[in-house]
Design a protein around this ligand. Sequence first.
Ligand code: NAD
Ligand code: IPM
Ligand code: MN
Length: 353
Amino acid sequence: MRNYKIAVIPGDGIGKEVVPVTMDVLNHAAECFQDAAFTFTEFPWGCDYYLEHGKMMDDDGIEQLEEFDAILLGAVGDPERVPDHISLWGLLIKIRRSMEQSLNIRPAKFFKGLASPLADPRDFDIMVVRENSEGEYSEAGGRIHRGQDELAIQNAVFTRKASERAIRYGYQLAGERKGKLTSATKSNGIVHSMPFWDEIFKEVSQEFPNVEATQQHIDALAAFMVSKPHEFDVIVASNLFGDILTDLGGAIMGSIGIAPAANLNTNGDHPSMFEPVHGSAPDIYGQGIANPLGQIWTAKMMLDHLGEFKMGESILDAIESTTAAGIKTQDIGGDSSTVEVAREVCDRIKFKE
Ligand code: NAD
Ligand code: IPM
Ligand code: MN
């Protein structure tokens, strides 16, 4: 019996609704397959914890997380009560950075029963490889208060190492899929970092002669994702570009509540973290209507990472058959609750050889 130790951080808002039902799905899958089990250890970190203890996580929180095989996180942010810069730097970004989770892998694809706003989303099936450690999200910058001339500065940081890592991963993934890689850029010389990114994109292309490599300006790329979504396979993007494109990917599927993500540590030094693309959705929190599919699909990505491919596949099949049967939350045109959708996914999980 393979036993996985999973650190669970529901976090804030709907994270506290979609994470518990996802643990049920994982336990149910484990029962079906009978050769693997999960030991979940829950951490109460988040904005409630901050308001009680003055910190988003324990001082030795990162060390506590080190002993786990993976981290499953819901969402962070309760902006009415705790400013986002405190909650995000204190928990979400802290884990991503301290644990060197330098890639953020975010799939999006259309499947049956989803209400995409696009007329013909049938062949939409992409993977976004988002650089997750630097870029526009660098710590370099600040706000300068000087009366009426107050200003804020943000320096984008693009290192060869991190850009190359994301780009190479994008090529590898494209090689395993349809063989097409698109780089999200803004290379018209206005943004200094992007010609550098493009240079690396070209250099690394030499290692992958079988991958068709193209680059697109981010603005046009966003438009093409809507007007010809079926033309994309893998997209590699900087931190901010990837962030924006993956909410767009969620919207094309039908809701950002479905979109999953994996924050990968690629050198094996620290655990990777699995959290959906969406946030804590304070506008719907507490109503029991949050779509749990993004979190559940995220758990499937965690299973792939752990090498439990069959179990992961069975969960994705169960998700697809649940939406195809019309059992959906409100955001995708249904009237089922978070718990009902998750229960349905559980019931549809089938053992696979
Ligand atoms: P959000 O993703 O929380 O919500 C955007 C919209 O999508 C809202 O209308 C929300 O109701 C809807 N939505 C999101 N997830 C849904 C789901 N599972 N089911 C149904 N509808 C869903 O983004 P926001 O409103 O910009 O941010 C809210 C808070 O979350 C902020 O504090 C923000 O910083 C934080 N945030 C955290 C993460 C994260 O932890 N990874 C990601 C994004 C935003
Ligand atoms: C995401 C979120 C975060 C990001 C925020 C909350 C810092 O939007 O995970 O997509 O931009 O990385
Ligand atoms: Mn985002």
